[in-house]
Design a protein around this ligand. Structure first.
Ligand code: 7PJ
Length: 279
């Protein structure tokens, strides 16, 4: 049996026995500057370098907000945001770069520019996405979502949220392998906050061991999310400590990659977890 803690992505082979921290790099227009596109790219690159200095193992680069109710951006706009950032970072950092997109064309161009991971909130369901991901040798993160970012929080409904998310991820894992993506190149993500109420998010966190039984490493994103706001009664800029607790719980429940904004704090928290778990 292969070691399910190995994650092959591009030229990298990550040993996820040690929990890995994925730092979030948003490339969005800076409304406070007139510098336009170039200024946004410069800001994103500077932020990414800072996250690597703080200990990020992976950088996740995204050009389209998928927060609830966010407006979609066009293909050309998304490409012009993320590709220059990937081109710069691939020369300047040694960690794998992940592209956060569901568009096949963005996957292709990002991998050609040097991205090693395709992080798809739609689980490679868009027409052409499986083939685009299978073409190169990038790793893939398959995420569960109920609905679309525009509508997902309107009325999320489940019978058994853990079993439904697990069944979806199992189907996408099989579809990906059938398209030619080796299991070793795949990680799975229950998609916290994507068409889930607080009760669903908490059930999923407790149910991570069940999802882990699919045999692939789990990636979890809870950083600053509204489920933490619900628990804490706090705004998005006051969720650091809750986010750290969420990362610690996730890893103790079996997650192997945590996707976070606050890298340094998360790296420290997970060092403590690792020291205890591997004692
Ligand atoms: C996630 C993501 C997540 C993965 C976003 C936000 C929303 N990709 N992209 N998992 N969340 N794989 O960060 O609040 O949970 S965007």
């Amino acid at each position: 049996m292969h070691n399910s803690n190995q994650f092959i992505c591009g030229k990298f082979q990550l040993d996820l026995m040690r929990p890995h921290v994925m730092g979030i790099v948003n490339v969005t227009p800076d409304s406070f500057s007139d510098g336009g596109r170039y200024a946004s790219a410069e800001l994103a690159v500077a932020h990414a370098l800072q996250l690597v200095a703080e200990g990020a193992d992976i950088l996740d680069i995204g050009g389209e907000s998928t927060r609830p109710n966010a407006t979609p951006v066009s293909l050309d706009e998304e490409l012009s945001r993320v590709i220059p950032v990937i081109e710069r970072l691939v020369r300047e950092v040694e960690v794998p770069l992940s592209i956060d997109t569901y568009k096949p064309e963005v996957m292709r161009e990002a991998v050609n520019a040097g991205a090693a991971i395709i992080n798809d909130i739609c689980g490679l369901q868009a027409p052409g996405a499986l083939d685009a991901a299978a073409e190169g040798n990038a790793g893939v993160c398959l995420m569960h979502m109920q609905g679309t970012p525009q509508t997902m929080q309107q009325n999320p409904t489940y019978g058994d949220v853990v079993q439904e998310v697990k069944a979806f991820l199992e189907e996408r894992l099989q579809a990906s392998q059938a398209a030619g993506i080796a299991a070793e190149r795949i990680v799975l993500d229950p998609g916290f906050g994507f068409g889930k109420r607080t009760v669903h998010n908490i059930a999923l966190l407790n149910g991570l061991p069940e999802v882990l039984s699919l045999g692939r490493p789990l990636l979890v994103g809870l950083s600053r999310k509204s489920v933490l706001g619900q628990i804490l009664g706090s705004d998005v800029d006051q969720r650091l400590h809750g986010s750290l607790a969420a990362s610690v719980v996730s890893v103790m429940k079996g997650a192997r990659i945590v996707r976070v904004h606050d890298v340094k704090a998360t790296v420290d928290a997970l060092k403590v977890v690792d020291a205890v778990v591997n004692a």
